[in-house]
Design a protein around this ligand. Structure first.
Ligand code: GLU
Length: 544
């Protein structure tokens, strides 16, 4: 068979691959720089699972001084969503992923949408035909059905291979006849594999994997000229000079086929890292994150709830490398980008999405920021999701920053909020505008006792200029004066001898000022509220 002639017959207009090999030369990157890509189908918004799957190549590319590509794999037309590319792009950008090449940014190695690469695929398909590794198959759906039935009856391997691969043996004349007839064809790989022989492959995460060789003459190009995933990714990763392919581990079983294709072309293969999906525990079962069943996994949920972008990435970093958390503890002020991630420190058994852990990471993260930084993040969130609160905090920007700074710049800073949506709940009482229809819960204390304390405090003890020690000594003196123990030890030894303790007294003042019995440091709160607000609120209680 003259394969060259067959190639010309099938693809008379296709370019020689030399054209593309020249057009997309080796990248000029420093030694060790990785080219990685995230290659989703444009099926809608990203969820936490995909976000992690794209975090990995982004991190490996950039920590090595390399390139991160967003490539859109839209050859499966059924799954396409209008606007799908933009949605994915926006989601990745929300998480500050640095995208170097993409359909929206362009780049020297594009187009970055597979359906726009049809001509390229045709050239490479033609090349495989010309070297005798691919052939046209004119079998009809009925032929293939009949074949499958026969294989099932005989309990044989299902698929197009060996003696069943009848179009392998078509002569040039047979092919010509079919083409003249206007018959449609798919292009198939001429597989040289033997399933009785082993294929060994080294995955960066899982290590050595042994599988049977591929012997199926798989479809490389469909009758509409569009290639399925396998062929497209080999051509794309070759021409884009991907150095490490990171992808879902569901592709593992197809690796022998993919490698046969790489070898058929004679291309240098990239390294492969098959990622285990992040699972979740759903009752007794462990399953993949699902867009439908897990609304909390949607980026929109994270956005609305104000889950900090950086916290999610820190959480991903702990999933990516088991030793990251320890490192972060030693290097609390560093960015995750300063850590050297490796594939061998990645879990081989997968991980479970743990909201509680993300929450803790987030609390820690927010506790380390400056109050002004928290303000900016909160303000950006509130602008979209709580406009009234946005207006309020921006009307009192400096004041809000002081509020956010309570118990912040200290060795053990406050860690009571994890998400921006929770902050209002922790600071609302600092704003008169929100301190309107309030209700107080003074616990076991009668309102007369409460008023007695508040009254005397206003009259004889409160002074906005007191320092912290003077302030507390006054609360103690007030306690003594009204029959509350100022010394906790004495109180514990003889609780009956007192109306209560200094803790009750300060708590009454706390509730009077904030309605809450748990707040950060009361002295700081009073200082920031300032004299007018403090007196106003205390008098309010007196007038109850
Ligand atoms: N388009 C494939 C998917 O969405 C990507 C696989 C790959 O990264 O090679 O699963």
């Amino acid at each position: 068979m003259d394969y060259k002639k067959l190639a010309d017959l099938l693809y008379p207009n296709a370019k020689d691959i030399e054209y593309y090999e020249k057009k997309y030369p080796e990248r000029n990157l420093k030694e060790g720089a990785e080219v990685c890509r995230f290659a989703p189908s444009p099926t809608g918004r990203v969820h936490m699972g995909n976000l992690f799957a794209s975090f990995v190549p982004e991190v490996f590319a950039h920590q090595s001084g390399g390139v991160f590509i967003l490539r859109i794999e839209d050859t499966d037309q059924v799954r396409i969503l209008e606007n799908g590319v933009q949605l994915i792009y926006d989601d990745l950008k929300t998480y500050d992923y640095q995208i170097d090449e993409s359909p929206l940014d362009g780049g020297e190695y594009g187009p970055y949408v597979q359906t726009e690469r049809k001509e390229i695929y045709e050239a490479y398909a033609k090349y495989l035909v010309s070297i005798g590794r691919a052939y046209p198959c004119f079998c009809s759906a009925e032929d293939l059905d009949a074949m499958r039935k026969r294989q099932e009856e005989r309990k044989e391997q299902i698929g197009y291979y060996g003696k069943y691969a009848k179009c392998r043996n078509l002569s040039l004349d047979d092919v010509k006849k079919h083409l003249d007839n206007g018959d449609k064809f798919v292009l198939r790989l001429k597989s040289m594999g033997d399933p009785d022989k082993k294929f060994v492959f080294k995955d960066l995460i899982k290590g050595a994997i042994e599988l049977p060789q591929n012997n199926l003459d798989q479809v490389l190009i469909k009758s509409d000229g569009i290639p399925p995933y396998a062929f497209a990714h080999v051509v794309d990763d070759h021409l884009m000079h991907t150095t490490t392919v990171t992808r879902d581990d569901s592709y593992i079983s197809s690796v022998p086929y993919h490698m046969e294709l790489w070898d058929a072309f004679g291309f240098k293969k990239p390294k492969f890292a098959h990622l285990l999906p992040i699972n979740i525990k759903d009752g007794d079962i462990i399953r993949k994150i699902s867009k439908r069943k897990d609304p909390w996994a949607a980026i929109s949920y994270h956005h609305e709830n104000g889950i900090p972008v950086e916290a999610v990435k820190l959480y991903f970093a702990t999933l990516l490398n088991s030793n990251f958390e320890g490192w972060l503890l030693q290097n609390p002020d560093k960015s995750y980008r300063d850590f050297k991630f490796t594939f061998d420190k990645m879990s081989k058994s997968g991980s479970l999405f743990d909201m509680e852990k993300l929450t803790n990471i987030s609390k820690n993260y927010l506790s380390k920021l400056k109050a002004s930084e928290v303000f900016e993040l909160l303000s950006t969130w509130a602008e979209e999701f709580d406009k009234d609160f946005y207006d309020l905090i921006n009307n009192y920007k400096d004041y809000t920053i002081r509020v956010l700074n309570i118990e912040r710049e200290q060795k053990k800073p406050r860690k009571d909020f994890a998400f921006y949506s929770e902050i209002k709940n922790h600071i609302w009482y600092m704003f008169d505008e929100l301190f309107t229809d309030v209700e107080y819960d003074f616990g076991v204390n009668t309102i007369d006792n409460v008023k007695e304390i508040v009254n005397l405090y206003v009259k004889n003890y409160y002074n906005a200029d007191d320092d912290k020690d003077t302030w507390f000594n006054k609360i103690k003196a007030l306690s003594d004066e009204l029959g509350y123990a100022s010394d906790m030890k004495a109180y514990r030894e003889n609780p009956e001898g007192y109306k209560g303790s200094v803790a009750d007294v300060s708590n009454i003042i706390r509730v009077a000022l904030t309605t809450k019995s748990m707040t950060p440091d009361l002295y700081e709160i009073m200082n920031i509220l300032g004299k007018d607000r403090v007196l106003d609120r205390l008098n309010r209680v007196n007038n109850l």
